[in-house]
Design a protein. Structure first.
Length: 298
């Protein structure tokens, strides 16, 4: 099992959780038990054990696997590295549309997308079926998938639902406490990197924006909200009709707004964070309506 695979990294993080919940100088169970505990194969268990030994968390000799110390936070793989390719399909699809500047009526072939993303045609088909219920993607009878138009009414309705979901999820996130807030605070460095050279780095913002908002969406733990957020990302961050005219300025403002939320969380000021979040959502709505090119307009 390659240590670069998402399966290894996810299993490794589970191993760190298990070791961190105990003390030191205790023995890990058998490889069979660990495989079940970490939801990986015995081959992957051995790779994980070797990785733990390499960094001095355990000592491993034959059946003896002794814990030497607890893991540190920095030794965990980040969440975006533990996702499988199938789990990354929404982002891969968004970037495909964004980079290709695809227009309404463009044909989408499952086999071509599967090859481009490195997944099975079945995974692509299931993904497209989920998106099709929103009307942006449609399967024509006896034909391939196509991209449909994007209307102002659609955007207004979509944003109303986005605001409702995000405010609910963010309120729960604020109530969760400092340990949960740290997940957003940890994104400060990426924001400051973009801001330091905004004229070149502004194109990196859509992916960071998705990661930023997904933090409290995922923490909320509601599968329906999480599923809806995939569509939100498609429309608000990667949509093929996005007007590039003022993209740098839009992204610049959004980075600053994100940093205001981060600063409020760092200060432990939940009310300020909530106000900054509401300001950000208001700006996002104005940005969408003023920057998108609507069907029937030029």
């Amino acid at each position: 099992m390659s240590r670069s695979s998402s399966t290894f990294k996810e299993g490794y993080n589970r191993a760190l959780d298990m070791i961190g919940s105990g003390g030191v100088d205790w023995e890990l169970p058998t490889e069979v038990a660990l495989a079940k505990k970490w939801s990986v194969s015995r081959t992957t268990v051995r790779s994980i054990l070797q990785g733990l030994q390499d960094v001095g968390i355990i000592t491993w000799s034959g059946r003896s696997k002794t814990v030497l110390r607890k893991p540190r936070k920095a030794e965990y793989f980040p969440a975006d590295e533990t996702e499988s390719v199938a789990e990354k399909l929404p982002s891969l699809f968004m970037e495909h549309i964004f980079a290709g500047e695809l227009t309404p009526g463009t044909t989408l072939r499952e086999t071509e997308l599967a090859k481009a993303f490195g997944v099975s045609s079945t995974a692509v088909r299931e993904f497209l079926i989920r998106f099709s219920r929103f009307g942006l993607i449609e399967k024509k009878p006896n034909r391939h998938w196509v991209l449909n138009g994007f209307t102002r009414d659609f955007a207004e309705e979509l944003f109303a639902v986005r605001a409702m979901f995000e405010r609910t999820a963010f309120a729960a996130f604020l109530a969760a406490g400092k340990d949960t807030h740290q997940r957003v605070i940890d994104l400060r460095e990426e924001h400051e990197m973009i801001l330091a050279d905004i004229t070149r780095n502004y194109v990196l913002f859509p992916r960071l924006d998705e990661k930023f908002h997904r933090t409290w969406i995922d923490a909320f733990g509601n599968r329906f909200v999480r599923d809806f957020f995939e569509l939100i990302s498609l429309v608000f961050h990667y949509h093929y009709r996005w007007n590039k005219r003022d993209e740098l300025e839009r992204n610049h403002h959004a980075v600053i707004q994100h940093l205001a939320i981060i600063s409020a969380l760092e200060a432990g000021d939940a009310d300020a964070a909530d106000r900054a979040m509401n300001l950000h959502l208001t700006h996002a709505r104005e940005t969408l309506l003023s920057s998108a090119t609507w069907d029937g307009s030029t």
